[in-house]
Design a protein around this ligand. Sequence first.
Ligand code: SF4
Length: 342
Amino acid sequence: MNSITPLLGLSSEELTRWVIEQGQPSYRAKQLHQWLYTRNIRSLDEVTVFPKSWREQNKTPVGRSTIALQTPTPDGTIKFLLALADGQTIETVGIPSDNRLTVCVSSQVGCAMGCTFCATGYSGFGRHLEVHEIVDQVLTVQEAMSRRASHIVYMGMGEPMHNLPRVIKSLRALNQEIGIGQRQLTVSTVGIPGKILDFAYEHLQVTLAVSLHAPNQTLREQIVPTAKNYPYADLLADCREYVRTTGRRISFEYVLLSGFNDLPRHAEELATRVKGFQSHVNLIPFNPVDEARFDRPTPKQVEIFRSTLERAGVAVSVRQTRGVDQSAACGQLRRRAFLQAK
Ligand code: SF4
């Protein structure tokens, strides 16, 4: 930890070490923790229990972003565009329901995976997010929506497994410093060779959501370019190892693209792949993206696909798309703001 590492995301032990390094008594760490995570401070200067002279000298950043834009939707979902310290922007979404607030966080600025149905994929890769920039997204949504987050999904911009060390540290911070249960944390991936196993051996109790999006290698390579380096059978073998190591079931994500991967024969083939697997399939009707050549399937197409899987004994559900008219598809808000600024 160097002197300019932002404070957000540090573990309690690291915070205690930092406080002592700064010449303050160790009990100040507990106070600082409370001000960071429950009083939502943006600068150390706000921590009025600390001596004024010390606050005036200490320029260590807290690590908070600012809200550049927010788009509320009629169903209560709010999509935020957040400006980071270096001027980069990322998207975060707060999705409320009766008894939960789910926050969908980004793990990178942009994304290197280039999936052909995804607005973020068209923006290219910017950089990895630091731990404090991931944790900040949760605090920002909690503050703006005046509710505590109950569930976190790493399904915003970026491929979490491409930024695995920081993602793992942020998961620990959300669990230990903010108090969100590990089982309420979900990490999504399109799969990078070796990373699912690295993640499994961390022995966290979080949910792994694997974006399959196709029933076979040939179709998958056409929409997830990085799948060329990760044969379908190897991906599924790593998923089985994840289940064996953690005891957690896998969630398979499947975006339904009209006429491309949503026919009954695709559902039948998918069923043969995931049947007998401790897993659940989440179907996501495609959210239109300006650049992509795909269409959204009709509700009838979605239902035929779902019921075909169900008849084959696969646990399956259809994810409700929320805020679809408000640039809500992954990466669209940022891309639209970027294009308007050009
Ligand atoms: S779908 Fe996910 S992994 Fe693929 S380009 Fe978009 S953000 Fe990246």
